[in-house]
Design a protein around this ligand. Sequence first.
Ligand code: PEP
Ligand code: MN
Length: 376
Amino acid sequence: MKLDLKIQPLSSWITAKKEPLLIAGPCSAETEEQLVATAHLLANTGRVTALRAGIWKPRTRPGEFEGIGSIGLEWLKRAKAETGLPTAVEVATGKHVEEALKAGVDIFWVGARSTVNPFTVQEIADALQGVDIPVMVKNPVNPDLSLWIGALERINRAGITKLAAIHRGFSSFEKTAFRNEPMWDLAINLKTHAPELPIICDPSHISGNRELIPYVSQKAMDLDMQGLMIESHIDPSVAWTDAKQQLTPAALSDLIDRLTLRKPEVVNNEVKDKLADLRSNIDKIDDLVIQKMAERMKIVEQIGNYKKDNGITILQVNRWDEILQKRTDYAKALNLSPEFTEKLLELIHSESIRKQTEIMNQGQGGAPVQEKLTHA
Ligand code: PEP
Ligand code: MN
């Protein structure tokens, strides 16, 4: 399903100083000196296109630093006047929008904790009616693509066409190396729904620590994201918020220098031919995989009918264990990772169970129930 968004190209409102497009600045504006000095160092790298700073901070717990507030907008004005960098802030209420507009902020973003709430997003959208300003919408805290899309639609319907999405990762129950799980497939999914929508990656909030930021930044570039938003502080060790994930301007510049930028389009004809060749092989194999799946499902149907006629249960745990064991061993011998094989088999198996359940319940009356099987 393609989304009906009216979007102007990124180049109509922001142009990278140098590739990749980089928006950088402290998590929070803390003091005038901290903000202005950081802005100068960032501008001097020659790599930064816009200066970000949190003025109003949505904090998980009360009593934490909740942002310096409106006075910070004055500091941003000074930073912009002295460095020429356009400025970006997070807005979370209609009042923030009003104040930030009055202060001449150039770009707004909607934070992850706001995107989850349609009332909040609508309030921001209403305040933006009739205003021509670029807005970037962060993904919601939870991995829900519809919420992300809904927020983009609300802002877009308010007449904002200079629109971008920011991928900042998702909160997950399982704790991993990341502060917020990247779940790249969700960002890729958004791209397939709205190919013209620019997506900017925020490696700081995905990583939660400095060490992972280069890896996440490189991956974002390899997935053809349009730019990066990275937190940078003149002295991260004393930052009032998100200290672990901020970089000095020098470290940031160094990190960007080390990125490998690859092209989404192939220009060289020889490479193009080779790639077309390889892709055609992939297409043939994919067709075969689908064909074999269909054949497998036909047999599953026969088994289902047989089990029904003979009063046998759908699931026989021993049989499933045997399938899993034999196939993962085989796959390992063929250099496929056990995690991948297990996931693939579980997916196939759960569809087989669904099919057999359908057959078992035929003629039993009642509407068919669509269940999502967790393991099966
Ligand atoms: C931020 O950018 O500092 C911020 C609060 O981010 P998020 O909304 O992604 O948590
Ligand atoms: Mn932050």
